[in-house]
Design a binder for this molecule. Structure first.
Ligand SMILES: [Zn+2]
Length: 213
């Protein structure tokens, strides 16, 4: 069972990916983790990837796929795995489809955790964090006892740059331009399944389970 997670930043796909992995006992495969592990272990592929990263360049799709295939050839991926953060673009999806096809495999489910932009902006721009102890809050969903003050250490809470509405809007616009076409790609491939990501996370998960069986 090969699953690709799709959804805008802040849609909660990481949370759902973790819940899927837990229930079905399959690994959560993220390209970020693969890069870090290979670089840390000093593998040949890791050295190649690091050379690009050191120059501030994106790791090319072919190399990313090579690293990914190396990771999913390990025993723990035999029953399947959840891909998170890859593919992000159509060329990446095509390279992945071709690479999997060589092994007689395919993406079985592309799960789109669908949340309208305005909900994401509301979710993210309500986040507050403590610059001192790192505790996080949400003005609406997880408010501190005293407005603007950390429950743990009493410091004044801040809104991180990443959570400011303008930043969130920019990230969503990049997402729509680049990743939205993947939804159409996996729809054509017959793998797309959309879930309503505005629901409570346990309800979203129940919907996913009914899709995966
Ligand atoms: Zn604090």
């Amino acid at each position: 069972m090969i699953i690709v997670m799709l959804g805008a930043p802040g849609a909660g796909k990481g949370t759902q990916a973790a819940m899927i992995c837990d229930k079905y006992d399959i690994p959560h495969v993220s390209t970020g983790d693969i890069f870090r592990a290979n670089i840390k272990n000093g593998t040949e592929l890791g050295k190649k990837a690091k050379a690009f990263m050191d120059e501030g360049k994106l790791v090319p799709d072919e190399l990313t796929i090579e690293l990914l295939l190396d990771r999913v050839s390990q025993d723990d991926c035999a029953k399947g795995y959840v891909l998170d953060g890859f593919p992000r673009t159509i060329p990446q999806a095509e390279v992945l489809t071709n690479a999997l096809a060589k092994a007689g495999e395919k993406v079985d489910f592309a799960i789109n955790v669908d949340v309208p932009d305005e909900n994401i902006i509301k979710r993210m721009s309500g986040r507050r964090s403590c610059p001192k102890c790192g505790a996080s809050y949400h003005v609406e969903f997880v408010p501190p006892k005293k407005e603007g003050i950390c429950d743990v250490c009493g410091s004044e809470l801040i809104q991180r740059e990443d959570d400011k509405p303008e930043t969130v809007k920019n990230r969503l616009s990049v997402y729509h331009d680049q990743t939205q076409p993947l939804i159409e790609y996996y729809e054509k491939a017959g793998a797309l399944q959309a879930v309503d990501g505005t629901k409570d996370k346990d309800e979203v998960f129940a919907d996913i389970v009914s899709i995966l069986g």
